[in-house]
Each structure stands twice: as structure tokens, then as C-alpha cells.
Design a protein around this ligand. Structure first.
Ligand code: PLP
Length: 324
């Protein structure tokens, strides 16, 4: 799954590392076209399908496969003039309650799809809400089995969490996303210990200034941090305009010169302030890792009340990217 510009990694940058796949899944038609222009001739699945009849022209021209999750999409395909049939993932709503046909309506939808000359292969598909959580997938698996009973065709159910933790759901296609980029589907970094997964992205910068603040002095906008003793503060060139979350509270982990320390004070547009107490050797030019190889993105995300997915996707276009 390479939606959202390969989870913020850049589709073109991620492509060489992922081209051994059997297929790609994404959302935007533009990204699908980009993937074709990068030389990918295999399957590309549009995960939300399409939104208007003109989208179908692009699907046809670039030989894309598409999710069909509602009768409106089915109707558009029935009305479309195509040069060849489109392969479809017919989506069932097995309990997530976002997109898809209910198990009760699934068979009728499948029969309608099968009767549509514009539709080629039909893959049976659903998406899990809790594959990374205690609720698990049993209820949705049961709903899927019920809705898909007696229907032949390849099946695609598993996201990253189900790929890792629920092999019973693998069937013909798995749809891993977050694990391709080396982060945890559950948002807990230790959950992928022992899998061999490595973070693909490191967000790094350096210290561009230092301050020694006395007891009682404050740091940053709103004076949210007050020094309890004399201490050194490092100013890091990275802020919310780079995609570092402004909500990151005091104590959010950061690595300075290989040492784990914490941010203090508010995240600004272009700067973060960090506690240099455990890193006395740090000065201007010292390397800072915001997340990545030494600091799981999940740890930073957890401190911010979110998940690694959101941080990855939010890295701003202005951040220079280096391949390593
Ligand atoms: C994003 C997405 C996935 C991948 O989810 P991860 O949790 O990143 O593995 C799988 N299937 C669908 C339909 C998706 O939209």
C-alpha cells in the first residue's frame, strides 16, 4: 500500500524498494498515473474506487483496478465505455462501517458485477477495524464468510496488523501498508520487535543554537517550560512547518548525538527546543534525530497521542530528502 505518497516517503523513492510486490494499492488517480510513469506495469488498485465518470477514462487508459463499494460506482461502470474490462475489488462492509456492501447485500452486488460487461476479474475484499487491537478479527471474518459464502474468487482481507498477527486472514492477497515502512500497526513500537522490520524513514536535523537558562527562566512561546535548575537548551532546526507535531508535549523523546533526551517548551514553526542535560558535548551542528533508526516513530507518536502513520504522512514538502 503506497497511498498518501507512500505514507509520506515519496512514491518515486519508495518504488525501487517495493517493486518486487505483486501489486500496489493507493488512492489518488494522479499517484496511480505516476506509478505507471515510473515503469510499473503490474496491478494498481484504487482503494476507494472512483468518484466520477471521467475517472473511469483514466482507469481504462492506465489499466487500473478499482474497488467498488457502492451501487453508485457500479452504475458508473455499467454506463462507462471502456476499451477493456476493469478488474474490481468488490468491497464488503464486514463491520468497520465505512465503505462497502453489507454481508446481506454482497451476493447481489457480486452478481450485478458479474453481469456487467465492463467488469473483468472480481476479487472479494474487506478491511479490518481491529486487527491490531484486542477485539481482533473474528467477528469481521465471520461476517465476511457469511456474505461471501459460495462465491468463488480471490480474496483480499489483511492489512499490516492482520498480515503480521492473523495468518488465518491471508487468503490470496495481503495489503500491508505501515509495516513496509518499518513502523508498528498498533502504534506500540515494541509490538514489532523480533519481526526484523526496520524504519525506512529517519527525520533528522541539527542543533543551530544553544542557551544556558537559569532556574526559574522559561523557554519558548507561552513560557510553558520553566527550568528547575540551571540547564542547557539546544535549539533544533525542525518545527511544525516540517511536519513535527506542534502538540508534542514536554518530554517527547528526541535523540541528540546518539543520546535519548526530551523536548522542552512549545514546538515552533521552524524550531524545537531540547534538554541538553544528558548530552553536555552537544553544540551547534550536533546531529538530532526526531524519529527513525534510533528512535521509533511510534514512541514519538505515542507521546503526541497519535500513531506513526500520521507523523509519516505529515512530513512537509520543504524537508530535504536524502537517500541513505
Ligand atoms: C491503508 C490500507 C491498508 C493498509 O493499512 P496498514 O494498516 O497501513 O497496513 C490496507 N487496506 C486498505 C483498504 C487500506 O486503505
Amino acid at each position: 500500500m503506497v497511498k498518501a505518497n507512500a505514507y509520506g516517503h515519496g512514491l518515486a523513492r519508495a518504488f525501487p524498494g517495493l517493486r518486487a510486490t505483486d501489486g500496489f494499492g493507493l488512492l489518488d488517480l494522479e499517484e496511480a498515473v505516476k506509478l505507471r510513469e515510473l515503469g510499473w506495469a503490474g496491478p494498481i488498485l484504487l482503494l476507494e474506487g472512483f468518484f466520477r465518470p471521467t475517472d473511469i477514462d483514466v482507469i481504462d487508459r492506465y489499466s487500473l483496478a478499482t474497488v467498488v463499494h457502492c451501487d453508485e460506482q457500479m452504475r458508473m461502470l455499467e454506463m462507462a465505455r471502456l476499451s477493456k474490462p476493469v478488474n474490481v475489488h468488490l468491497k464488503m462492509n464486514s463491520g468497520m462501517n465505512r465503505l462497502g456492501y453489507s454481508p446481506e447485500k454482497y451476493r447481489a452486488a457480486w452478481e450485478r458485477a458479474r453481469a456487467c460487461p465492463g467488469i473483468g476479474q472480481i476479487t472479494l475484499m474487506t478491511h479490518f477495524s481491529d486487527a491490531d487491537a484486542p477485539r481482533g478479527i473474528a467477528e469481521q471474518m465471520a461476517a465476511f464468510e457469511r456474505g461471501a459464502q459460495g462465491i468463488a474468487g480471490t480474496r483480499s482481507l489483511a492489512n499490516s496488523a492482520a498480515t503480521l498477527w492473523h495468518p488465518i486472514s491471508h487468503f490470496d492477497w495481503v495489503r500491508p501498508g505501515i509495516i513496509l515502512y518499518g513502523a508498528s500497526p498498533s502504534g506500540v513500537a515494541t509490538a514489532i520487535d523480533g519481526t526484523g522490520l526496520q524504519p525506512a524513514m529517519t527525520l533528522a536535523s541539527e542543533i543551530i543554537g544553544t542557551q544556558t537558562v537559569a532556574e526559574g527562566q522559561t523557554v519558548g512561546y507561552g513560557s510553558t517550560f520553566t527550568a528547575r535548575k540551571t540547564m542547557r537548551i539546544g535549539v533544533v532546526a525542525c518545527g511544525y512547518a516540517d511536519g513535527y507535531p506542534r502538540v508534542a508535549p514536554e518530554g517527547t523523546p528526541v535523540i541528540v548525538d546518539g543520546v535519548r533526551t526530551r523536548i522542552v517548551g512549545r514546538v515552533s514553526m521552524d524550531m524545537i527546543t531540547v534538554d541538553l542535560t544528558p548530552v553536555p558535548q552537544a553544540g551547534i551542528g550536533t546531529r538530532v534525530e526526531l524519529w527513525g533508526a534510533k528512535l521509533p516513530i511510534d514512541d514519538v507518536a505515542a507521546a503526541c497521542g497519535t500513531i506513526g502513520y500520521e507523523l509519516m504522512c505529515a512530513v512537509a514538502p520543504r524537508v530535504p530528502v536524502r537517500a541513505e
